[in-house]
Design a protein around this ligand. Structure first.
Ligand code: HEM
Length: 479
């Protein structure tokens, strides 16, 4: 596909087709494709339509066109056209704002640039490195808990544990507090975050925004959860402001953001600090927990890949039970490849919505101002021509020297963390956490697939989650 993208061109841009010329799946005469889009498997419908209609097609939602793009080169150029050429799609922003999720993810223009700086100051390598000892302690705590549970003959509910662990880490980093959700089942903050995700997931995949006309008990409960999260975050900020030692380097994201916000030159408001702290907790939990859950499931299904990963982890840890050396985190080549392969097959944020700020041309197609273009972050990850044996979990595809000669480097074909200037600012934290937790698991436990349980379904709970995680942990027998 031609990936030309011309926005605000000084001369009239050239194109050979318009949005109306793009192929479109047959829909309802009035609602168009809206009813087909509703539901938690929306992303799988997109993927099926990509196979049927090709890398660029159109959907109609109550008379409004949506353009879907999956060709990697075009996705890459579109993501890089922000913030000037494209903004975040308005529908998503509205749904998030209605549930009090804002901050950098919904901001645009100058407000976005300013908040992006604030968030980046809290998620840079130095902050994550300063937080690394806390991450080790939290991982060790989870390991001890699992070892004790298995010794008592209890099963480990991995899906629940991974979510609690991701919450502990993000609250520890973003709020400077240890809530120990791993050991406290039913933590109120976790319950409130789950309630928000459930609403976000339902509202972003609903055919009709009924909650703007009347509210059901679940909507009122979500509003209460959102108020409770805000109150909790404000309490964390107050505490941290009082306790923090300003002579010392920031030990967590909140301290780093407070230092940045307290600079009189910065122009940051307290409201921006609060909304970005809430966003970090929301953005940092399910993304990472779901990615680890999918990776564990794929490893349990693929013993050969699990054995290769185990060999790498054993060598890097050199007898230890989990990673404790920051420098050695760089040595997990196969683990990083297994993560990329997981995002190819089970992308947790499979689509990003963009809206054109001006008339432009995308891949030889005229796109009028305000048209929404949805890009596939997994690009052509399921295209057999680009990824031979596409359904197979093969981390070797990502490792130079290990991938088959006929296969190209896939790293520029997928965008699990988005791209351009809005590239996910949490990716370094996410990767550090994923490597820490997965290394601890494969070093100490055997993964046993529950062959009797049905395979997990892909469910769009805002982020794409497994409906279950039918994998049992068994203490590893080291020979
Ligand atoms: C495996 C884990 C994760 C995945 C797959 C993921 C994926 C994404 C994607 C696809 C985007 C949209 C990027 C774009 O528009 O180009 C995004 C944005 C964002 N992510 Fe993540 N994310 C992950 C973890 C995290 C974590 C741990 C945080 C922590 C705080 C975080 C915070 C954010 C924020 C604040 C944005 C908005 C950035 C902006 O609009 O400028 N993410 N993420």
């Amino acid at each position: 596909m031609n990936d030309t993208l011309v926005a605000d061109a000084p001369v009239a841009p050239r194109y050979s087709r318009t949005v109306a010329d793009l192929p479109c799946p047959k829909g309802h005469p009035y609602a168009g494709n809206a009813l087909q889009l509703a539901g938690r498997q929306m992303h799988q419908k997109f993927t099926a339509w990509v196979r049927e209609h090709g890398p660029m097609f159109r959907l109609e939602v109550f008379g409004h066109p949506l353009v879907i793009v999956s060709d990697a080169a075009t996705v890459h150029s579109l993501l890089r056209e922000r913030p000037d050429g494209f903004r975040r799609a308005g529908g998503l922003k509205q749904v998030m704002s209605e549930l009090n999720v804002g901050g950098v993810i919904t901001a645009e223009g100058e407000a976005w640039r300013k908040q992006r700086k604030l968030v980046m100051s809290g998620l840079n390598v130095e902050v994550i490195r300063n937080f690394f000892p806390t991450m080790i302690a939290m991982t060790e705590r989870m390991f001890d808990r699992w070892a004790a549970m298995l010794a008592e003959g209890k099963a480990v509910d991995l899906k629940r544990e991974l979510k609690a662990m991701a919450l502990d880490i993000i609250v520890g980093l973003a709020m400077g507090h240890d809530i120990d959700a791993v050991n406290h089942e039913g933590d109120p903050l976790q319950r409130d975050i789950d309630a928000i995700f459930l609403r976000l997931g339902q509202r972003t995949t609903a055919a009709f925004p009924y909650w703007r006309y009347f509210r059901l008990p679940v909507d009122r409960a979500a509003e209460r959860s959102s108020a409770d999260i805000e109150a909790k975050v404000k309490e964390f900020i107050r505490d941290t402001r009082e306790r923090m030692d300003r002579q010392r380097k920031p030990g967590n994201m909140l301290e780093a953001m407070i230092v940045a916000a307290d600079d009189p030159e910065s122009g940051f408001t307290d409201e921006e600090l609060v909304s970005n702290a809430i966003l970090s907790v929301i953005g940092g939990e399910d993304t990472t927990a779901n990615s680890i859950a999918w990776m564990i499931h794929l490893l349990a299904q693929n013993p050969q890949a699990a054995a290769a990963l185990r060999a790498e982890v054993d060598a890097v840890l050199d007898g230890d039970t989990l990673p404790r050396d920051w420098e050695r985190m760089k040595l997990f080549t196969y683990l990083e490849a297994a993560h990329s392969e997981t995002q190819r097959l089970r992308s947790v944020a499979p689509y990003v919505g963009l809206t054109a700020n001006a008339d432009c041309v995308v891949a030889d197609t005229f796109i009028p101002k305000n048209t929404t273009v949805i890009v596939a972050t997994a690009g052509e990850g399921l295209d057999e021509a680009q990824f031979p044996d596409r359904e197979a979990f093969r981390p070797e595809r990502w490792i130079p020297g290990q991938r088959p000669k006929r296969e190209e480097d896939p790293s520029r074909k997928l965008f699990p963390f988005g791209g351009g200037s809005r590239l996910c600012p949490g990716r370094f934290l996410a990767l550090t956490e994923i490597k820490m937790v997965v290394a601890m698991i494969v070093r100490n436990f055997d993964l046993e697939l529950d062959a009797k349980a049905p395979p997990p379904k892909e469910v769009l709970n805002f982020f794409m989650a497994p409906s279950s995680l039918p994998v049992r942990l068994k203490p590893r027998v080291r020979r």
